[in-house]
Design a protein around this ligand. Structure first.
Ligand SMILES: [Zn+2]
Length: 400
């Protein structure tokens, strides 16, 4: 079965040189042919080939599906009361993670699976066709392994985050917990994980512990990403660069040395003027929104030539949103990004952060993951915040 998405008013391809708008590669009056889950052809609507089925975009904008490269969907319970307390003036410390750990350990597989599937479906309705999912609320060998096993049922982008916090029962023995993470927990988690991640932050894991854990993960074939520099300045970003991380995530508090380290990973690339950085800075404005914290300075990173991704950080404590359009609007309003930069970062940028070249882009051979907006232009995503603008989603070529 072939399917033609026809009569597209504005097509964002993320193939520079394919049209206007620099890196967005915007084509007007375009069509996309989908076959066997892949993009088979992209071109002017007037030249569109015949197909078995047809979707009329009616002049609307079409974009690659969002790539949400940072989410924590395997958990039980919620922390609405903690949110309310924070909005009444209490500071965010990250300590509430342990509340979710307790609820997650007590939940059945079926309960965890239902939550993951509900949130995956919620994200898909809002245009996220690729999503990364972390463990990190189990923090025992068995609970981390089952978290990843359940996550792997809905995505290939699974991340072992046994080093989310030191669980209460190891509070005075952090070295021992690091040994557990590097040993039996990693062994049980690795078969279900593609990535390894550490929350490198004061109150969580310091540079030595984080390096030890990430290096153990690399030794068994997992690639590295790091929660870094969220709550204050620290070693996370530079550690990520040192270990060749695909992404350092949050980047809210950065020194010039952190930015220089990220910029030093730059390489030339045909797909983006000015190249890319091997280590992407993934910004998660939902977290700053939900903790009423200062936003990261995306402008400073972009001006230094650092590749920037946007993601939701969807989790029950510090960012309980699955909405990439919401994060994109925050990035434009609060972080100095242009609408075009934010769209790129939420699609192609997320793909870079996951080291994927088959998503976040619409060219022949890419996965047929695309969204049709209820709007004539990608500009409307930031211009009309809070409005459900994703009219239809194609995931692996299948209309949802
Ligand atoms: Zn996170």
């Amino acid at each position: 079965m072939s399917l033609l998405v026809d009569n597209i008013g504005e097509l964002v391809t993320n193939v520079p040189g394919a049209g206007e708008g620099g890196p967005l590669g915007i084509r007007r009056r375009a069509a996309v042919l989908v076959e066997e889950g892949e993009v088979a052809w992209v071109g002017p609507a007037a030249d569109a080939p015949a197909a078995d089925g047809r979707i009329d975009a009616a002049g609307a904008a079409v974009l690659p599906g969002f790539v949400d490269s940072h989410a924590h969907l395997v958990f039980a319970g919620d922390r609405a009361a903690e949110f309310a307390a924070r909005m009444a003036g209490e500071p965010y410390t990250g300590g509430g993670i342990r509340t979710t750990v307790g609820a997650t350990r007590a939940a059945s597989d079926g309960e965890l699976r239902a939550t993951v599937r509900r949130l995956r479906a919620e994200a898909l309705r809002q245009g996220s066709t690729t999503i990364e999912i972390k463990s990190g609320y189990g923090l025992t060998v068995a609970d981390e392994a089952r978290s990843l096993r359940i996550a792997a049922e809905v995505t290939g982008e699974t991340t072992f985050l046994g080093a989310h916090v030191v669980p209460a029962e190891y509070a005075d023995r952090p070295d021992e917990y690091v040994g557990l993470v590097c040993g039996p927990m990693l062994a049980a988690a690795a078969p279900y994980a593609r990535w390894i991640d550490v929350f490198c932050e004061r109150g969580a894991f310091d540079a030595d512990h984080a390096r030890a854990i990430l290096t153990c993960g690399q030794a068994v074939g997992l690639d590295v990403r790091v929660h870094a520099n969220q709550l204050g300045h620290g070693p996370g970003v530079r550690l990520g660069v040192e270990l060749g991380a695909a992404s350092v995530d949050h980047c809210t508090h950065l020194t010039d040395a952190d930015i220089d380290a990220l910029a030093s990973t730059r390489f030339d690339c045909m797909c983006h003027e000015g190249g890319h950085t091997t280590t992407v800075a993934t910004l998660l404005p939902g977290a700053e929104f939900s903790t009423r914290s200062p936003y990261p300075d995306a402008r400073r990173l972009l001006d230094a030539g650092v590749t920037v991704a946007l993601a939701t950080d969807c989790n029950p404590g510090s960012s309980y949103t699955s909405s990439m359009p919401f994060c994109l609007a925050l990035a434009v309003r609060e972080m100095g990004m242009t609408p075009a930069e934010a769209v790129w970062s939420a699609t192609a940028g997320g793909a870079r952060a996951l080291r994927r070249d088959d998503v976040g882009v619409l060219r022949p051979g890419a996965r047929a993951d695309l969204i049709i907006l209820d709007a004539p232009s990608h500009l409307h995503l930031a211009y009309r915040p809070g409005v459900p603008l994703v009219r239809q989603v194609l995931h692996n070529g299948v209309p949802r």
